[in-house]
Design a protein around this ligand. Structure first.
Ligand code: ADP
Length: 443
C-alpha cells in the first residue's frame, strides 16, 4: 500500500529537485543528440515535446483518478506530479476513513433505534416515510420499503390526519390502531433538522385501560350516590320547611345537614362533569361556540352571584367564537369568573377580557382578590387541591373547579397560565390556539 505523506509535502523541495534533475537530463539528451546529428533545433524541439507529452499524460491520468476516486496508485510519478498525486491520495484516504467512521456511527444509531420499544418513524417535509425502526414494523405493520409513502396513506386514523394538518406538535395525540383493535396508541411528532420530523408512537393500552377503570369507577360511584343524596336532600328540605313544628334544638343540625348534603351534591356533579369531559372526544365533535354572546350572559350571572359586592369590567374585544364543546367551554368561563368572585373580598374589582393575538384567542380573568402564594400555583389544577380548605368550603367550593378547567382546556389544546400575588390579586389566562377561532356561521 502507498505510504501517505502529509499534504504539506507539496512544498517539499526534494520534489522540485527531482523535477529539475528530470528537466536537466532531458536537456542533456537533447544536446547530445544535437551534437551528434547537427540538428540542434529538432533535438530541443523533441526534448520539449517529450516534457510536454509527459505533463499531458499525467494531467489526463490525474483527471481520470479524480473522476474514479481511486485510492491506491501503483506508483507515484517522480517530480512535481508525484507531490500532486500524494496530496490527492492523502485527501481521498482521509475522506474514506471519515465516511467509514460516520457509517459505523450511523449503523450504531440505527441499531439503537431498532432496540427502542416505541415505534420511531422518520418523515420528510411532505410527511413521507424515510425510515422506520423494528418496533414500527411490529406495532404498526409498516415495512422498510414503505419509504416514500405518505404516512397518512398507511396510518389513516382521523386523529393522525388532523394532527398533521394542524401541525401543532406541542402535544401528543391518542388513537386506536384500527376500528376493530383494542390497542390504544399515543403519537407525538418531534421536528428535527430542517423540516424533518420524528414520529414516535407508543402503545399505551395498559395505562389507558387502567385510567378507564378508574374513570368508570368514579363515574359509577358518583352516579350511584346521586339518587340517595337527592332523596336525603329532599327530606331535609321538607324538614327545614316545617322546622317550626320541630324542637328548636333541631334547627341548627338540620341546616348544617342540608348545607353538607348540598355540598356533596355539588362534588358529585363536578365528579360526573369530569368523567364526562374525559369520555368526550372534542376533536370529533366540535361545535361553533359563540364566546362573545356567552360572556355577555356570564356578565349578568356574575353580577347576580356577586350580589353587587364587586365591580366588573367585561372587555369583550373580539367578536369571534371558537370551535369546541359549548357546555365544556361555558364551564371553563363560569368556573374562572366564579372563583374570582369567591376569592375577592367585597368591594374588589374583576376584569374579564376576550381578545385575539396573532397566535391565540385569549380568555382572561383578573381580580384584586386574596391572591395565591407561589408554591401553590403548580398544584391548583389537582383534584381537591385547595389553598385554604375552610375558605373554599365556606364559599361553596368543591376543590374540583380548576381540575375541570384544566381537563377541558387540554381537550381544546389550550394553555392555562396563572399569575398571582398574595393580597394583590390573581390573573387566570386561557390561550386557545388560533386554529380554533371561528366566526359565527351564516344561517
Ligand atoms: P374550589 O372549589 O376550592 O374553588 P378550584 O379547583 O376552583 O376549587 O380552585 C382550587 C383552589 O385555587 C381554591 O381552593 C383556591 O384556594 C384557589 N383559587 C382559585 N381561584 C382563585 C382566585 N381567583 N384567587 C385566589 N385563589 C384562587
Amino acid at each position: 500500500m502507498l505510504s501517505i505523506k502529509p499534504v504539506s509535502s507539496l512544498e517539499d523541495s526534494s520534489r522540485i529537485v527531482e523535477e529539475l534533475i528530470g528537466v536537466g537530463a532531458l536537456l542533456s539528451a537533447a544536446m547530445l543528440l544535437g551534437g551528434l546529428t547537427g540538428f540542434w533545433g529538432l533535438a530541443f524541439l523533441m526534448a520539449f515535446g517529450i516534457y510536454l507529452a509527459r505533463n499531458l499524460f499525467y494531467f489526463l491520468h490525474f483527471l481520470n483518478l479524480v473522476r474514479s476516486r481511486a485510492l491506491e496508485p501503483s506508483k507515484a510519478p517522480f517530480g512535481v506530479w508525484g507531490d500532486i498525486y500524494e496530496a490527492y491520495f492523502e485527501k481521498v484516504f482521509q475522506d474514506k476513513r471519515r465516511i467509514k467512521r460516520l457509517r459505523s456511527e450511523t449503523d450504531q444509531v440505527y441499531d439503537a433505534m431498532n432496540l427502542l420499544p416505541d415505534a420511531h418513524i422518520s418523515l420528510n417535509e411532505k410527511f413521507q416515510i424515510e425510515w422506520v425502526n423494528h418496533s414500527a414494523e411490529n406495532m404498526l405493520g409498516l415495512r422498510r420499503n414503505d419509504a416514500g409513502h405518505k404516512i397518512t396513506n398507511l396510518l389513516r386514523q382521523n386523529e393522525m390526519v388532523q394532527y398533521l394538518e394542524r401541525q401543532d406538535f406541542g402535544h401528543a395525540i391518542e388513537f386506536y390502531l384500527s376500528a376493530e383493535s383494542t390497542r390504544r396508541l399515543s403519537a407525538k411528532i418531534v421536528p428535527y433538522f430542517d423540516k424533518h420530523y420524528l414520529l414516535i408512537i407508543r402503545d399505551i393500552t395498559d395505562a389507558h385501560n387502567l385510567a378507564q377503570v378508574r374513570r368508570d369507577f368514579v363515574a359509577n360511584a358518583s352516579h350511584e350516590l346521586r339518587t340517595p343524596l337527592t332523596v336525603l336532600n329532599g327530606y331535609l328540605e321538607l324538614m327545614l320547611d316545617s322546622a317550626d313544628s320541630l324542637p328548636v334544638i333541631w334547627a341548627n343540625p338540620l341546616t348544617q345537614m342540608h348545607q353538607q348534603s348540598l355540598r356533596m351534591q355539588n362534588i358529585i356533579n363536578d365528579l360526573l362533569t369530569l368523567s364526562n369531559i374525559e369520555a368526550e372526544d372534542v376533536e370529533l365533535e366540535a361545535d361553533y361556540v359563540p364566546v362573545h354572546s356567552m360572556l355577555q350572559k356570564l356578565e349578568a350571572e356574575a353580577q347576580q352571584l356577586s350580589g353587587g359586592k364587586h365591580q366588573f369590567h367585561f372587555n369583550l374585544e373580539s367578536k369571534e367564537g371558537l370551535l369546541g364543546k359549548t357546555e365544556a367551554l361555558r364551564s371553563v368561563f363560569t368556573n374562572l369568573v366564579s372563583n374570582a368572585i369567591r376569592y375577592t373580598p367585597d368591594g374588589g374589582e374583576i376584569w374579564v377580557r376576550w381578545y385575539q393575538t396573532p397566535q391565540s384567542m385569549v380568555f382572561e380573568v383578573k381580580d384584586t382578590g386574596i391572591g395565591i402564594a407561589r408554591e401553590h400555583i403548580p398544584r391548583l389544577t389537582e383534584r381537591f387541591y385547595r389553598v385554604d380548605t375552610a375558605r373554599s368550603r365556606s364559599s361553596g367550593g368543591t376543590g374540583l373547579g380548576l381540575a375541570i378547567v384544566k381537563h377541558i382546556i387540554e381537550r381544546h389544546h389550550a394553555k392555562l397560565a396563572v399569575y398571582s400575588r398574595l393580597q394583590v390579586g390573581s390573573t387566570f389566562r386561557v390561550e386557545f390556539p388560533i386554529s380554533l377561532k371561528h366566526s359565527e356561521p351564516d344561517v
